[in-house]
Design a protein around this ligand. Structure first.
Ligand SMILES: Cc1cc2nc3c(=O)[nH]c(=O)nc-3n(C[C@H](O)[C@H](O)[C@H](O)COP(=O)(O)O)c2cc1C
Length: 208
């Protein structure tokens, strides 16, 4: 299979002078734009982690919060990604919104949220999602889908309030750098990078 057809990007541009000095605010601006543009799953981000023995791996997770410290997502603390982060807390996340011809890359350092934050978020999840995170040992081999579904039904049938499993919780990704990318005509794309210089955020333009 080959993909020869290339399209021109033309819907927007990035002007350095219009960027917010704080990249977290710029990220919020881009997320708001994606939300207003009705991009499906605009908070889905590709998360890459690296382990010393298994190499690099990537998967999609949902961004659940952006706060002044960084980006928050939730997962299973026994999953492959969690093991990777245990060994190497440096991660990369990427957003891509084809309709807006925009990409955002963020390099950061991940750390676990504390139990109070995890419990608070677990309580906001709907009951069936709570059950799913209780019965699924994410990334472990399972015998069959039937076993998974049966375990789900058993808990659903009991209809008891659920405690957050120890193995389920969130991570905060504190950013080290950001790159905001906008597709432009003739592949002369805009790439603006925020990097830290001492304690200050600086912005530089990168060649496409
Ligand atoms: C749209 C979408 C959203 C997802 N959101 C999450 C999420 O928020 N947390 C999560 O642990 N997995 C999420 N997943 C599943 C992951 O991509 C992945 O399969 C799972 O976390 C196991 O990854 P690991 O074995 O590399 O740790 C999502 C997948 C998709 C396609």
């Amino acid at each position: 299979m080959r993909f020869f057809k290339s399209k021109e990007y033309s819907v927007d541009k990035i002007q350095k002078s219009h960027l917010d000095p704080n990249p977290i605010n710029e990220l919020r601006k881009w997320l708001r734009k994606a939300s207003r543009s009705k991009i499906k799953d605009y908070n889905a981000m590709n998360l890459s982690t690296a382990s010393s023995d298994k190499g690099v791996s990537s998967r999609i997770v949902l961004l659940k919060e952006v706060n002044d410290k960084g980006l928050v997502f939730f997962t299973n603390y026994n999953s492959r990604k969690a093991h990777d982060i245990e060994n190497n807390n440096q991660v990369y996340v990427t957003f891509f919104w084809p309709e807006l011809e925009k990409q955002i890359r963020i390099h950061g350092v991940a750390s676990k949220l504390d139990n109070t934050e995890n419990d608070a978020y677990f309580k906001t999840r709907n009951y069936k999602s709570q059950i799913a995170s209780t019965i699924s040992a994410q990334s472990e081999m399972i015998k069959s889908r039937d076993v998974l579904v049966q375990n789900f039904k058993d808990v659903l049938y009991k209809n008891e309030a659920l405690e957050r499993p120890e193995s389920w919780g969130g991570y905060l990704i504190e950013p080290i750098s950001f790159e905001f990318w906008q597709g432009r005509k003739h592949r002369l794309n805009d790439r603006l990078e925020y990097y830290r210089d001492e304690n200050e955020w600086k912005i530089r333009r990168l060649a496409p």
